[in-house]
Design a protein around this ligand. Sequence first.
Ligand code: NAP
Length: 315
Amino acid sequence: MNRMTIPFVARADYARSADWVAALQRSMPAQRIVAFDQLSQSEKQECTVAIVANPDPQDLASLPALRWVQSVWAGVERLVAQMGSTDISIVRLVDPQLAATMAEAVLAWTLFLHRDMHTYAAQQQQRQWRALDYVRPQQRRVGILGLGSLGEAAAARLVATGFHVSGWSRQRKQITDVACFAGAEQLDFMLAGTDILICLLPLTPHTEGLLDARRLALLPPDASVINFARGQIIDDGALRAALDTGALKHAVLDVFATEPLPPEQWQWQHARVTVLPHCTAPTDMGTASAIVAENIARFLTSGTVPKSIDIERGY
Ligand SMILES: NC(=O)c1ccc[n+]([C@@H]2O[C@H](COP(=O)([O-])OP(=O)(O)OC[C@H]3O[C@@H](n4cnc5c(N)ncnc54)[C@H](OP(=O)(O)O)[C@@H]3O)[C@@H](O)[C@H]2O)c1
């Protein structure tokens, strides 16, 4: 088989392009991996696959033979929006290591809320010596929005720790020891019985603003929210109002509508908010490169494009 040239396409200001090219090249020694700006005009005519990290759509448009793009991120909403209606398949990263990293973060921050670490930190500031009542994990109802590759792994980790776990997806799932729900009506029902709500949904036209004032108000008193998916899924004003009144006890936010979170944004200083810098589940370059290499090898031997996202559904 001829050595194929595969471009890595990212924005000019992306700091890790050279690292990605090196890691991908190590995983695919039989192919030639190059940064997009190193491609010759004739090479551009021949590329059938590109590996992408938030690419400029105009760069992709200059590859006339392109059949599919492999993202090195799990969330591809920006790519979907920018590419519009297209015959080019978009393949997102599905990596068991990423799911394990996210499940670890979900467990860590669920325990943070469950064991009232935020309250003890605040009490320390006031030199206040006060032990709160202990609640067993079996008494804590954790609800996960999105039971995909990340949500399902997170659910398993929470179940193993003893939490009472429920989950919501588009199609109803069957997962051992997880109460599974689907559809708008069942979402309302699930929210009413959730003490810690964890968002692991993709951002699509159907999930944008999903957690609005009405739905947040369905959560029981003292409920908390963890958003590890995308900022736009929670209505910002509604979240702030629910935290201001104390209807919501705490929010752990790793993702925001604008990132980095601008210094003037309210979340930084809010006593009921923990701000994280989109750090819960970073892509592991080594494991991701191996998965990308497998996908490309299969395409080269059989012509099969890996499972791609459904543009209509948005994920
Ligand atoms: N913070 C971080 O560091 C970080 C890192 C990686 C990823 N992420 C985010 O995590 C998201 C989820 O990743 P994933 O790999 O788990 O995605 P995935 O495998 O595509 O799973 C998505 C889940 O959401 C459900 N869903 C989608 N639209 C829905 C709707 N309208 N109503 C109800 N359920 C809906 C899907 O339901 P079905 O099962 O019925 O299809 C599925 O269970 C990514 O899109 C990304 O935004 C964040």
